[in-house]
Design a protein around this ligand. Structure first.
Ligand code: AP5
Length: 207
C-alpha cells in the first residue's frame, strides 16, 4: 500500500507551489487531481467533458469521477512509491475511500484567510511548457517566459468566491476529520513562500 502525505487547504493556499518543492526534497510523486482534470479537459476525454462544467463553475467534480481517476493513477505506480496528494481528498467520502487505498502518514494543512486568497488567485499565471506557477506580484516570472504565460479559466474573481464557498462547505470539514485521526499538522500559509516551505519541512519531520 502506498504511503501518502496530503496537502490540504483552500484554493490559492499554495498547495501546488509547495507540492513541487516538497516533492523535490522528499522524492514523493505528486498526484494533483486539479492538474489531472485540466489535462483531461485539454485532451477532450470523456472525463474532461464530464468535469469541465463543474470546474468552470468553481464546484467540485462528483466523487465517483474523482475516485475513478485516483484509482486509475494509483494502479500505474509502484506500490512502494510515496505520494503527495495535492487537492485530494476534498470531501469526507473521498477521504474515507482514500483510507482503503493508501496508508495516510500525515495531512499538512496550509491555512490562509479568505481575504488573501482572491488576490493570489487573480494574479496567478502558469508557464504551460514547464508547469511552473508564478504570481504577478509575489513570484514574478523571468522576462524570457512572460510572453507564453497563461491564466487558468477558473481564476476569475467571481469563480474564486464560489470556490471558496465550496471549500468551506465541503472540504473544510476534513480538518476535523483528519484531526480526530491524529493526522493533522497545520502551518501558517500567510507567510512568504520560502517560510511556508520551511514550516512544512519542520511539520513533516516532527515526530
Ligand atoms: P485545483 O487545481 O486543485 O484548485 P484549488 O484547490 O482551487 O487550488 P489552486 O490550484 O487554485 O491553488 P493552490 O493551493 O495550488 O495554490 P498555488 O500554489 O497555485 O482544482 C481546480 C478544480 O478542479 C476545482 O475547483 C474542482 O472543480 C476540481 N477538483 C480538483 N480536485 C478535486 C477533487 N478532489 N474533488 C472534486 N473536484 C476537484 O498558489 C496560488 C497563487 O498564489 C500562485 O500565483 C502562487 O505563486 C501564489 N502563492 C503561493 N504561495 C504564496 C505565498 N506564501 N505568498 C504569496 N503568494 C503565494
Amino acid at each position: 500500500m502506498h504511503g501518502s502525505v496530503i496537502l490540504l487547504g483552500p484554493p490559492g493556499a499554495g498547495k501546488g507551489t509547495q507540492a513541487t518543492r516538497l516533492s523535490e526534497v522528499s522524492g514523493r510523486v505528486i498526484l494533483s487531481t486539479g492538474d489531472l482534470l485540466r489535462a483531461a479537459v485539454a485532451n477532450d476525454t470523456e472525463l474532461g467533458r464530464a468535469a469541465k462544467g463543474f470546474m468552470d463553475a468553481g464546484e467540485l467534480v462528483p466523487d465517483n469521477l474523482i475516485l475513478g481517476l485516483i484509482g486509475a493513477h494509483l494502479a500505474t505506480l509502484d506500490p512502494n512509491q510515496g505520494i503527495l496528494f495535492d487537492g485530494f481528498p476534498r470531501t469526507i467520502p473521498q477521504a474515507e475511500a482514500l483510507t482503503t487505498l493508501c496508508q495516510i502518514e500525515m495531512v499538512l494543512c496550509i491555512e490562509v484567510i479568505d481575504d488573501a486568497i482572491v488576490e493570489r488567485i487573480v494574479g496567478r499565471r502558469m508557464d504551460p511548457q514547464t508547469g511552473e506557477i508564478y504570481h504577478l506580484v509575489h513570484k514574478p516570472a523571468p522576462p524570457s517566459v512572460t510572453d507564453r504565460l497563461i491564466q487558468r479559466r477558473d481564476d476569475t474573481e467571481e469563480t474564486v468566491r464560489t470556490r471558496l464557498s465550496t471549500y468551506h462547505e465541503q472540504t473544510a470539514p476534513l480538518v476535523d476529520y483528519f484531526s480526530s485521526l491524529g493526522l493533522l499538522r497545520c502551518v501558517d500559509g500567510g507567510q512568504d513562500i520560502d517560510q511556508v516551505h520551511a514550516d512544512l519541512i519542520t511539520a513533516m519531520t516532527d515526530e
